[in-house]
Design a binder for this molecule. Structure first.
Ligand code: F3S
Length: 77
């Protein structure tokens, strides 16, 4: 299983992740990215379905500030 969240403290609102993986990432009022999939609320506790893994990986690879976090366990933030 895969889980993801965005470190807003380092996100520079570049906009790449929401373009790459719009089903997973969107932006708050300040343009900072957050996980919107399911009811995650950027907690990193919602299992991401396999059909979104490619998009998630592309977003992970494309973030210029390494603000996208992906792990095999819920982050329990
Ligand atoms: Fe922020 Fe990285 Fe997305 S800088 S807007 S988390 S691609």
């Amino acid at each position: 299983a895969k889980y993801t969240w965005v470190e807003k403290d380092t996100c520079i609102a570049c906009g790449a992740c929401g373009a790459t993986a719009p089903d997973i990432y969107d932006y708050d009022d300040e343009g900072l990215a957050e996980v919107i999939f399911g009811d995650d609320g950027n907690t990193g506790t919602t299992e991401i379905p396999e059909d979104l893994y490619d998009d998630m990986q592309d977003a992970l690879d494309g973030c210029p500030t390494d603000s996208i976090k992906v792990g095999d366990e819920p982050f329990n933030k």
